[in-house]
Design a protein around this ligand. Structure first.
Ligand SMILES: C[S@@+](CC[C@H](N)C(=O)[O-])C[C@H]1O[C@@H](n2cnc3c(N)ncnc32)[C@H](O)[C@@H]1O
Length: 214
């Protein structure tokens, strides 16, 4: 494989399926903790009656545990594209520490993305949209263009997105590009928007000790 892509929370797998067929030389690690989602993707890949001798695409690997654990173990600058499409929004302030886009975790994501690599984020939740904008404004690992209100060309749709639009919600789509020179994985940048400010929240929970950021 020439390029490694990573999808976090693939849901029923529509986007992952589109991604592995979208270009040659692409390998995808698709992460999902929800068993029914993993089953949906496998059902789409393995025809009925072939379960005993399934033949999965050679360019797909599944990770069925917390994607954050995988991200922490991947080598620096090893991923060319990361998809975070309609992550669980955790809109309540007291759950902010569980949001995937988080000042404590942005540096980890920046570490695994190769310079020039892309991080795609979409969400329809207004609270999460505001939060993502705020977190991204406080980091300097990525170049961030203003989010698009329509799904950019070349992005496959997802089941959750279709439901959100049918319910009248308005997704936003961010495309971030990892800064840095090729070969430089040190990330001279930082996530300077106060960790204390954004992560502790009014109840002053520690995301490191109460289940948010193990
Ligand atoms: C709202 S759904 C969106 C699914 C899909 N991306 C879509 O747009 O249809 C978010 C998914 O992320 C999964 N998820 C949440 N946290 C995760 C984690 N830490 N690692 C892997 N998957 C996760 C959930 O199980 C859920 O299926």
């Amino acid at each position: 494989m020439e390029k490694l892509w990573l999808e976090v929370g693939f849901g029923a797998g529509e986007h992952a399926l589109a991604a592995i067929g979208s270009a040659s030389g692409i390998g995808l690690i698709a992460c999902e903790v929800f068993e029914n989602g993993v089953a949906s993707l496998l059902s789409a890949l393995v025809p009925a009656g072939k379960e005993e001798s399934p033949s999965l695409p050679g360019n797909l690997r599944l990770w069925t545990e917390d994607a954050r654990a995988l991200i922490r173990t991947l080598p620096a600058a090893s991923v060319d594209r990361l998809f975070l499409l309609f992550p669980d929004p955790w809109p309540k302030a007291r759950h902010a520490k569980r949001r995937f886009v988080h000042p404590l975790f942005v540096p980890e994501i920046a570490r695994i993305l190769a310079p020039g690599g892309e991080w795609r984020i979409a969400t329809d939740d207004p609270v999460l949209q505001a939060w993502v904008a705020e977190v991204l404004a406080g980091q300097d690992f990525f170049d961030v263009a203003p989010p698009a209100a329509e799904r950019p060309e070349g992005w496959a749709g997802t089941r959750y997105e279709a439901k959100a639009r049918a319910a009248g919600r308005r997704p936003l789509y961010w495309r971030l590009v990892r800064r840095g020179e090729s070969g430089d994985s040190s990330g001279a940048a930082s996530c300077n928007r106060g960790v204390a400010e954004l992560s502790a929240g009014p109840e002053n929970h520690s995301p490191l000790t109460d289940g948010g950021w193990p």
